[in-house]
Design a protein. Structure first.
Lengths: 150, 207
């Protein structure tokens, strides 16, 4: 009988409060992560490329992971490496001079035109604006034709 | 501390009749509804940090539920608490009829409860619209067209309750403000009055 009196209703309820506070404390970290997440922030469509771009150097990646620039004999062009099938990021294979999509194996040639795979449209080209200091500003919200150079 | 203690003691009934402690008299349905309402309030405020009403609604809902850390948990808690609340509120209504608790002296509280039921149903529907999917666009269009059949004030009423939803997304700023601010506030105050009335009318039962 003496053992029973150790766990009074009051003691049990107090322990329950400890449990409530402990489980509330467990939500602090998830809440912090949720509230500070910047995954849905507005991204600027403008990407800057500052390095010098020599002719026939092949596609160069910019600071924005999916935006690539290249200079050929007639000028500079920019490409967005988003698969036109379902939007995966396609990888540039400089040795094969091809763009490969890891998701459904679409293949694009050097210029971004489709060779095979579920994708039917070419990789999108976007507008490039050369600045006075030699850097490039790429406007990813403005789609241009495959033959456009600046 | 002393004030807190006396406030807590004030909320508690002075005495509780033994019959009132029977769970199967109320089945705690009102209390469960209130619990769901609290969960909805907390998770709803959290969702507002990442939700964007209007044309971006559906993509922001997708981002919340699949990209933002723990966003899926919060959205699902909000969604299911909403579903459960509609069920418990209706069962609560049935229970009140079953136990004849709408009869005097509780007739006023019955009317308050009916008003709360309407608020809860509109909150549920507007939450469905705020998802911004094509289904909610269709639902908003149907609702606006039905309200348009009301003579004289119909289009005006639809404008006030729903704004101008497109057929592709029911999420408008008007629905957002009703769902997130105006109705929860009114419903909460009405609930406090509802609970106070329960005590006042002599139904001394734990909430």
């Amino acid at each position: 009988m003496s053992k029973q009196s150790e766990w009074t209703r009051r003691a049990v309820l107090r322990l329950a409060w400890v449990g409530v506070i402990a489980s509330a404390a467990l939500t602090i970290e998830p809440l912090f992560k949720y509230l500070t997440s910047k995954e849905d922030r507005q991204r600027s469509p403008l990407v800057v490329y500052k390095k010098p771009l020599s002719e026939n150097s092949g596609w160069q990646n910019t600071a924005a992971a999916r935006v690539w620039v290249k200079r050929d004999s007639s000028g500079v062009m920019a490409l967005v490496a988003t698969c036109t099938h379902l939007g995966c990021e396609v990888n540039y294979h400089a040795d094969r001079e091809e763009w490969l999509c890891p998701c459904h194996a679409s293949i694009y040639d050097e210029e971004g035109k489709t060779i095979s795979g579920p994708a039917s449209k070419a990789l999108p080209r976007v507008a490039v604006q050369p600045q006075a200091d030699g850097s490039l500003i790429i406007n990813t919200s403005k789609i241009v034709g495959l033959d456009t150079r600046v | 501390m002393n004030d807190t203690k006396s406030f807590v003691n004030h909320i508690r009934p002075r005495f509780v009749s033994e019959g009132a402690l029977r769970v199967f008299y109320t089945v705690c349905l009102g209390g469960l509804s209130f619990l769901a309402f609290i969960v909805l309030g907390v998770t709803g405020i959290l969702l507002m940090f990442h939700y964007q009403p209007g044309d971006n609604a559906f993509s922001s809902v997708l981002t919340i539920s699949s990209v933002i850390p723990y966003g899926g948990v919060i959205r699902n808690l909000h969604y299911w608490a909403g579903q459960i609340m509609v069920v418990t509120v209706n069962l609560h209504m049935l229970r009140v009829v079953w136990t004849h608790s709408y009869k005097p002296p509780k007739q006023l509280n019955w009317l308050v409860g009916v008003a709360l039921l309407i608020f809860v149903l509109y909150l549920d529907f507007s939450g469905y619209l705020l998802i911004g999917s094509q289904e909610s666009g269709a639902a908003a269009t149907v609702a606006v067209n039905i309200l348009g059949l009301v003579p004289v004030i119909g289009t005006w009423l639809a404008q006030i309750l729903f704004g101008e939803p497109s057929a592709l997304s029911g999420s408008t700023l008007v629905v957002y403000v009703w769902h997130c601010v105006a109705l929860p506030m009114v419903a909460f105050l009405l609930q406090l009055y509802h609970f106070w009335r329960v005590r006042r009318d002599g139904g001394v039962r734990p909430l």
